[in-house]
Ligand binder design. Structure first.
Ligand code: M6R
Length: 590
């Protein structure tokens, strides 16, 4: 979480430039914001609670070529102006922004307090500039002091340090992403590429355990452990600026839902040889475990069904936050498939670490090229959904499911059949996402948005989509929503149903349709209002959202109307679907 953006170079408007770029990273944290600009030998700091999007960047047009900025997702200390970053050293000459958690900060704080340092915030971050100042006073250079400080930290962090004495930026990472943008006589550094995509598409990735010292005309990368210089490869990013804008749409969430007209088809266009190699790895391994978090985890749960039904093969899903407990089962012959939109989720990276320690191979399915997960994996497949900015994951989910389904078909020796089924589903989704369809779902949202509770049921591969529907509704509209396996209702949850309780049923035209209809009847008999997402209409439905019959791709198709419904539930309740409360786009803390 948290957005970081810094600039060093010949421009004179570094302050407004970092504020403008930071607005593109707001999805990473939006509790509070702050900026530090070097003017002459001073650092001018401005910060406040609230969102960066409302801040006028023009007011930061100091004549300066050195600035850092931050948008916060609070971990240590409440959402206050005092706790907002940047934080300064005792002498005010060093400013720091930080993403992650310094776990031993209390110990370091006590040590510094004994030396006379005073602290103004409740954050773990504030120890960083104080510690660097303390180390510098013994004659260390800024770079050495940052390196020595990092060696004293436990936890995961990405830090960016501005120092008035050296006119340089020093950044270091262990666990939280930082990417250097390379310009002509200038460098940018950010926790995600959109911050500087207007200025440059050439990047250097900072890896875990690495640091970089940036001056306007040079970037020196080193290992934090040894201090040895590291040569970095320059990479050109394929994303275009337009891909990261919301264009004609009011919110990113709606734009990204509509992007699914094409993104599923892009996901299917995978290199055949690579898919066949991965299919072989799955066939040859001794135990294949899928792991991910949140929505990506629901894609993995759907894949359990794809592998079982299409490939007659058992794979297991384990949430990444629970993965460590599974190390007892891991073998060098095990294959772990991790799925992540951002490729920066801390729990996923931790699961990969556990897998690697057991000698197991890791396949990553990610959206963000060059992300930490992509670089740490043995094999990587990109879903090519394009940048996803809304906190609620939509097009990444359907891209992930498409790739997992394609692999299941490849394992079954039917890659072409799978490709055709997915391309056909993609074409049907393209037809489905028309204005009349969207309006129909908006009309249902108008009926439902005053309700406090909603339940969603599904069977077979629609069961994970029922769970995913609940995540979508909860996170953007704050309506209490719960998903169930349809057959589980009568084992407890049916006690919650009252006259008029909205129940959404996700259905296909398949071997479980008759069972689903029975479960719906049970709900109806207790007074539930039935909203069905189904290829066929049945008279017991109160509201019907028609979806194309898509065979094994049915869960991919069925989740899309629920994404639209969630979006309108949020909008009708006056909530911002792009930046829901308490959340951030990529969860880089455990
Ligand atoms: O970037 P990742 O796919 O690893 O993120 C995983 C979850 O944090 C993410 O899917 C989250 O659940 C979304 N906000 C759901 O819409």
């Amino acid at each position: 979480m948290c957005g970081i953006f810094g600039y060093v170079g010949s421009r004179e408007d570094a302050g407004s430039l970092v504020i403008k770029g930071l607005k593109k990273l707001e999805y990473r944290g939006y509790d509070s914001w702050g900026v530090a600009v070097q003017t002459n030998a001073h650092i001018e700091v401005s910060k406040d609670v609230g969102r960066i999007s409302g801040v006028d960047h023009e007011q930061f047009k100091h004549s300066s070529g050195l600035a850092i900025a931050h948008s916060r997702w609070a971990t240590h200390g409440g959402v206050t102006k005092q706790n907002a970053h940047p934080h300064l050293s005792e002498d005010g000459k060093i400013a720091v922004v930080h993403n992650g958690i310094i776990e031993n900060y209390l110990e370091l704080k006590k040590m510094l307090q004994k030396k006379g340092h005073t602290f103004k915030s409740e954050t773990d971050t504030e120890v960083i500039p104080h510690l660097i100042q303390d180390l510098k006073k013994d004659g260390m250079t800024l770079e050495d002091a940052v390196r020595a400080a990092c060696q004293m930290f436990t936890g995961r962090y990405g830090i960016l340090v501005l120092d008035t004495e050296t006119h340089a930026l020093v950044a270091a990472r262990t666990g939280s992403p930082l990417i250097v943008g390379v310009g002509e006589g200038e460098y940018f550094i950010a926790s995600d590429i959109p911050a500087f995509l207007e200025q440059t598409r050439i990047v250097n990735y900072l890896d875990d355990g690495e640091m970089v010292c940036l001056e306007s005309n040079k970037a020196i990368f080193r290992s934090i452990e040894t201090g040895k210089e590291i040569q970095k490869r320059k990479i050109e990013i394929a994303w275009k600026v337009e891909d990261t804008e919301k264009g004609e749409y009011e919110h990113y969430m709606l734009k990204e839902i509509m992007d699914q007209k094409e993104s599923i088809i892009r996901a299917v266009h995978q290199d055949e040889e690579q898919i066949m190699t991965l299919a072989k790895a799955i066939k040859d391994c001794v135990g294949c475990i899928l792991s991910a978090c949140g929505t990506a985890g629901k894609a993995c749960m759907a894949a359990d069904y794809f592998f079982s039904i299409i490939a007659k093969r058992h794979v297991n899903f384990v949430p990444s936050s629970e993965f460590k407990i599974y190390h007892h089962f891991l073998l060098p012959e095990s294959l772990i498939v991790v799925v992540s939109q951002s490729g920066e989720t801390a729990d996923v990276l931790e699961a990969m670490k556990t897998a690697k320690e057991a000698g197991s191979k890791v396949l990553a399915i990610v959206n963000v090229e060059g992300s930490s997960v992509a670089r740490a994996a043995d094999y990587t497949l990109l879903i090519n959904a394009g940048p996803e900015r809304a906190v609620a994951s939509t097009k990444a989910l359907t891209g992930q499911m498409a790739v997992l389904m394609l692999i299941a078909y490849a394992v079954a020796g039917k890659l072409n059949e799978g490709r055709m089924a997915l391309l056909e589903a993609g074409a049907k989704i393209n037809d489905m996402l028309n204005p009349r369809y969207i309006d129909h779902i908006k009309g249902i949202a108008e009926v439902l948005h005053h309700h406090k509770d909603m339940y969603i049921i599904g069977k077979s591969w629609n069961y994970p989509m029922a769970l995913e529907s609940a995540i979508k509704i909860q996170e953007v509209s704050y309506i209490h929503a719960q998903g169930f396996a349809a057959g589980e209702l009568k084992h407890g949850p049916i006690a919650l149903i009252e006259e008029g309780t909205p129940c959404i049923a996700l259905m296909g035209n398949d071997e479980v349709t008759a069972d689903m209809l029975s479960n719906i009847m049970e709900l109806k008999a207790r007074g539930a209002t039935i909203i069905a997402v189904s290829p066929e209409r049945h008279e017991i439905f109160d509201h019907w959202i028609k979806v194309p019959d898509a065979g094994p791709a049915q869960p991919i198709v069925n989740i899309i109307p629920i994404q639209i419904l969630s979006y309108y539930l949020a909008v009708l309740k006056g909530k911002d679907p792009d930046m829901p409360r308490n959340l951030a786009k990529s969860v880089t803390v455990k």
